[in-house]
Ligand binder design. Structure first.
Ligand SMILES: [Zn+2]
Ligand SMILES: [Zn+2]
Length: 342
């Protein structure tokens, strides 16, 4: 059996380890992808920590995957070998639940999650259900397309569906993998774009990404600064810090909403009055498992010139790349690049 290099988690709490495994064969409705690049997302931490129900180990993480189809399952339609495709967090609908039976795939009750339900992209090859694939535009190189499949798609769809309109004040909290894309999308959507992060050193980067205003939450009171600007119509919370997110609710304008896309492990404490006073709302957001949300994100990024800023690592350095992401030292996304690929 031919072998491939992969980086896996052997058990909850274990370190990432480089192993040699058999190259997987696609099932009837799956394709096999020769992986070119895979982004490292904070969501991969749930595999390492065993925080997601029902993960079977060992498991290969990775849900920002770009590569070329090199083998088709016998019942795959609509995709060809050699085609460059992407796979994000949503690996595809289950096709069995009542929502799927009604054709309402975006509300699937037990969608497959890439790198969690099945092995992901920290590997030279992976298999994926055909329903979870997105076509990658030629204009994007693989290491830059990869982060758009989770970090990009999440922030793009959260803002696009937020109800904010051109000129509204929209704040992006956090300038990591998700936040640095959120700032770029917010600017291109025509919002008054505010970036909130910690430290003077982020200011120049925030303006480079397109922010109109930078709030340094280390040296100033972010809520007071937002209030001076009239309050935010939308705050997109991308930094995994429950306490900081809860405090920001007070920086919303009346009827404003705080949208959480980060996944901190700690409970969040808020006072009901934070919502009642000003009729504010708080909600979580994930990009639903529809192919078009990935392809819309990719297309919008191409036409508006949005490019993720990435640090590229070889597969063998997945552990270092992961640690750099967890400690927020990467500007702004760690991406694994497989040998000899773009
Ligand atoms: Zn992710
Ligand atoms: Zn389903």
């Amino acid at each position: 059996m031919p072998l491939m290099k992969a980086v896996q988690v052997a058990a909850p709490g274990a370190e990432l380890e480089l192993v040699h495994k058999e190259i997987p064969e696609p099932r009837e409705t799956e394709v096999r992808i020769k992986v070119e690049a895979c982004g490292i997302c904070h969501g991969d931490a749930v595999v390492k920590e065993g925080r997601f129900p029902g993960i079977s180990y060992p498991r290969v993480p990775g849900h920002e995957v770009v590569g070329k189809i090199d083998r088709l399952g016998s019942k795959v339609t609509g995709w060809q070998t050699g085609q460059r495709v992407g796979v994000g967090w949503f690996g595809g609908p289950c096709l069995k639940c009542s929502a799927c039976q009604r054709g309402d795939f975006s509300n699937c009750e037990s969608f497959l999650t890439t790198g969690i339900s099945f092995d992901g992209g920290y590997a030279e090859y992976m298999t994926a259900p055909m329903q979870g694939l997105a076509a990658i535009p030629d204009e994007l190189i693989s290491v830059e397309a990869a982060p758009l499949l989770c970090a990009g798609r999440t922030t793009f769809t959260a803002l696009r569906n937020s109800g904010a309109q051109g000129g509204d004040l929209v704040a992006i909290h956090g300038l990591g993998g998700l936040g640095h894309l959120g700032v770029q999308f917010a600017r291109k959507f025509g919002y008054h774009t505010v970036a909130i992060s910690r430290g003077k050193d982020k200011e120049t980067l925030a303006y480079q990404l397109g922010a109109h205003t930078y709030i340094d939450a280390e040296s100033t009171d972010a809520v007071a600064e937002l209030k001076k600007l009239g309050g935010a119509r939308v705050i997109l919370a991308t930094a995994p810090n429950s306490k900081a997110i809860a405090g920001l609710i007070n920086g919303l304008c009346p009827d404003g909403q705080l949208i959480i896309v980060a996944w901190p492990n700690e409970p969040m404490q808020i006072s009901p009055w934070q919502l009642l006073g000003g009729r504010r709302s708080l909600k979580g957001w994930t990009a639903r498992p529809a192919r078009n949300s990935s392809e819309d994100t990719l297309r919008f990024s191409v036409i508006s010139g949005i490019v993720p800023m990435v640090e590229v690592f070889p597969l063998e350095q997945a552990s270092q790349a992961f640690e750099k992401m967890i400690s927020s030292k990467v500007h702004f996304r760690s991406v694994l690049k497989m040998d000899g690929n773009a």
